[in-house]
Design a binder for this molecule. Sequence first.
Ligand code: CA2
Length: 157
Amino acid sequence: MRPRVLVLNGPNLNMLGSREPALYGTDTLADIESACRAHARTLGLALECAQANGEGDLVTCVHQAHGRVDGLIVNAGAYSHTSIALVDALALVDRPIIEVHLSNIFRREPFRHHSYVSTIARGVICGLGSHGYLLALDALAKLMPRPCDEGTGHGEF
Ligand code: CA2
């Protein structure tokens, strides 16, 4: 069985490619998801992608992933900075979570400098545009232990 990863994107990220290319790049969400699928294939990972604009819908996606996925990549968009409900759901997952932001949130407005998701994420990648998602897949491929890795020390950096 290949380790399974969920790539979860939050509000407004379905609009990527249409506006603000200087901040978020020119790739659409479909472009990002298909690059993730191709990269996951080379890493031997099974990939699922989901996007939701509502906070409760994102919480539901996390609940549905619970027990089914071996790792998560999360760009919660603006909810990263506001949602205790989402971070509570993510905290229940007990699988490695990599937080991704397209933009460097620390070069932006102060209200973007804090992320609730970062408090439970195994790692955080920001400011590298859509390439950040591929780096997050690389990280998860190392962090998710596979059955054949038992006792070899794999599953850690
Ligand atoms: O840099 C990121 O990936 C963000 O998560 C993007 C969020 C923002 O609220 C976070 O602070 C950082 C916003 C996504 C907005 O997406 C748009 C897409 C197309 C046009 C305009 C906005």
